[in-house]
Design a protein around this ligand. Structure first.
Ligand SMILES: NC(=O)c1ccc[n+]([C@@H]2O[C@H](COP(=O)([O-])OP(=O)(O)OC[C@H]3O[C@@H](n4cnc5c(N)ncnc54)[C@H](O)[C@@H]3O)[C@@H](O)[C@H]2O)c1
Length: 525
């Protein structure tokens, strides 16, 4: 077959829509109107091409919970086992195909997502209350993952050069590991399942995808695109359901790789469960685990507040603070603290809280009732330190008022636990060193930020910071595939960065062949 995939250096991020143009906005609204006529969508369990149960999991619109967006199957332990059966079969064929052929199929799936990008963005508006700019960005990121890993898989297939000696030929090749389970969260309902699934498939593994219970329809659209592009049904199963289905997949002794993105408690549980080696299991499972964060922005006394305030506000409250990279804390130098707090408070009070489908909305509803209650609980615990809040919020839907609290003691749970909602805590520090001590004391190390005009300070913090992604003099969300490979350290993750050159290595096994080339005669074949 013809292979058109160019090397990684040719990779370009998918351009986002220009939402300032009325025509772009109108085309998205038209896609939403069309989608609404088809709700609720049906998302069956999909194993080996058989469409199984399509009920048991209901996904609803967080901004209008009476709207049923999708009705999905609820996979049982038996469904999980059947999906692994199919994947074991599917792996033989898919894993044996040339890397170039697999890459071409993934790029075909990217083309299908591109064709459906308006509808897929509209689906995120409904299924996850993701505002348009973030929903469009999510679809672009999914396309990027497919394009990027397709190229990376070709590079990996060429192997790595080794030192050679006379009379000896050494080669190092990478082969797929086997059945890969992907367990994804809801907050990037297309991009995250797509990234982990694309990586598994690009490297030649068969994948069983267990998407988040809150966003099965986005995952269903991903599976459709991959199957339509040519991924065999046995090489990709979709098992919507709850955590029990994920846990059954993690336990299955035939599984080789588990790629998980989600909260730290679930990630740590998966790491523990995967370490059990069942009788007859002749391999050690590999877990790629991307987890939560408690992301801090350090603001030095010389920071430019005109830059910093809008960037901090967007980092903390964009998508209602429900990005793993979102800003949860600001550690501000005492010389800048009063001014920063006054300006942050002013900016937060006027945030537009509303339905995701409105282009004016800055802060949508949070994903579900539990999330709303969790945010309100933390906010209540810090109510005597409330500095600003955007209220009232709409009554219908899982809204939580975006809020800033200031001056909480360091050991407050609001300062140490992941809240995953629109609540920002501001702490005054003596200097950047004290801010670094605070960052260092946290178990998480996902993203971080620094606003400073001093090159020496920037250099010092960059050299020291434990976080996986540090952003300097800009917002701390919005990592782009290939440009900002993404992932955390400490309790925020045990994988190498998604959308970066090392990511695929986690889905393959290296093999080295050493051949004695000082042969005495060559047999005639
Ligand atoms: N580090 C990153 O790159 C990154 C990216 C996005 C989200 N996150 C994190 O994800 C979290 C939000 O997502 P969430 O609420 O969907 O997370 P979650 O941990 O509740 O669920 C994630 C997935 O795990 C499944 N699951 C639950 N219990 C399980 C079990 N015992 N065994 C196997 N699977 C199980 C869920 O059904 C879901 O599919 C936040 O903590 C956020 O920081 C991290």
């Amino acid at each position: 077959m013809t292979v058109s995939a160019p090397p990684t250096t040719d990779f370009r991020n998918e351009p986002i829509l220009e939402l300032r143009r009325a025509s772009a906005r109108e085309s998205l609204l038209a896609a939403l109107r069309e989608l609404d006529t088809r709700l609720p969508l049906s998302v069956p369990i999909l194993v080996g091409g058989d469409r199984g149960a399509a009920e048991g999991v209901d996904s609803t619109d967080p901004g209008a919970p009476q709207r049923l967006v999708a009705r999905a199957g609820r996979a049982s332990e038996d469904d999980a086992a059947a999906a692994v059966d199919a994947a074991v079969r599917g792996f033989r064929d898919w894993g044996a195909r040339p890397a170039a052929e697999r890459a071409e199929v993934l790029r075909g799936a990217a083309a299908r997502l591109r064709e459906r990008r308006l509808e897929l963005a509209a689906l995120q508006v409904r299924e996850c209350a993701k505002p348009w700019p973030e929903a469009d960005g999510d679809v672009c990121e999914a396309i990027d993952f497919l394009e990027y890993y397709a190229r990376e898989a070709l590079a990996l297939d060429r192997g790595r050069p080794l030192v050679q000696a006379p009379g000896e030929r050494n080669t190092m090749r990478y082969v797929p590991r086997g059945v890969t389970v992907v367990i994804s969260p809801w907050n990037f309902p297309l991009a995250i399942p797509c990234g982990m699934t694309a990586a598994g498939l690009a490297a030649g593994n068969a994948v069983v995808l267990k998407p988040a219970e809150q966003s099965p329809a986005s995952a269903g659209a991903l599976a459709d695109a991959l199957h339509a592009a040519g991924v065999p049904h046995d090489a990709l199963a979709l098992v919507p359901g709850y955590g029990d289905a994920g846990a059954a997949l993690v336990r299955d002794p035939r599984v080789h790789v588990i790629a998980f993105t989600g909260s730290a408690p679930v990630g740590l549980e998966i790491v523990r469960a995967a370490a059990e080696t069942a009788p007859g299991q002749d391999h050690v499972k590999r877990v790629v685990s991307e987890m939560g964060g408690k992301n801090c922005v350090i603001l030095d006394s010389d920071a430019d507040l005109d830059d910093a305030v809008p960037e901090i506000v967007y980092s903390a409250f964009g998508y209602a603070g429900q990005k793993c990279s979102a800003a949860a804390r600001v550690l501000v130098h005492e010389a800048a603290a009063d001014t920063l707090l006054e300006r942050l408070a002013g900016a937060v009070r006027v945030l537009e809280v509303g339905q995701a489908e409105s282009f004016a909305t800055e802060v949508p509803a949070v994903i579900e009732r539990d999330a709303q209650e969790r945010v309100l609980r933390y906010r209540e615990a810090a109510s005597d330190r409330l500095a600003a809040s955007a209220e009232p919020v709409p009554g219908e839907g899982w809204f939580a008022p975006p809020s800033v609290v200031a001056g909480l003691p360091e050991d407050s749970p609001v300062n140490r636990e992941e809240i995953f909602g629109p609540l920002l805590s501001v702490t005054t520090v003596r200097d950047v060193d004290e801010a670094m001590d605070v960052v260092d004391s946290l178990p998480f190390a996902l993203t971080g930020g620094l606003f400073s005009r001093s090159p020496t300070t920037v250099e010092r913090v960059a050299a020291w910071s434990p976080v996986g992604n540090l952003y300097v003099n800009r917002g701390i969300t919005g990592a782009m595939v290939g440009r900002q490979p993404f992932g955390g350290n400490r309790r925020s993750g045990s994988g190498s960065k998604a959308g970066g050159p090392d990511y695929l290595l986690q889905f393959v096994e290296p093999r080295v062949v050493t051949e004695n080339t000082m042969r005495h005669g060559i047999p005639v074949e």
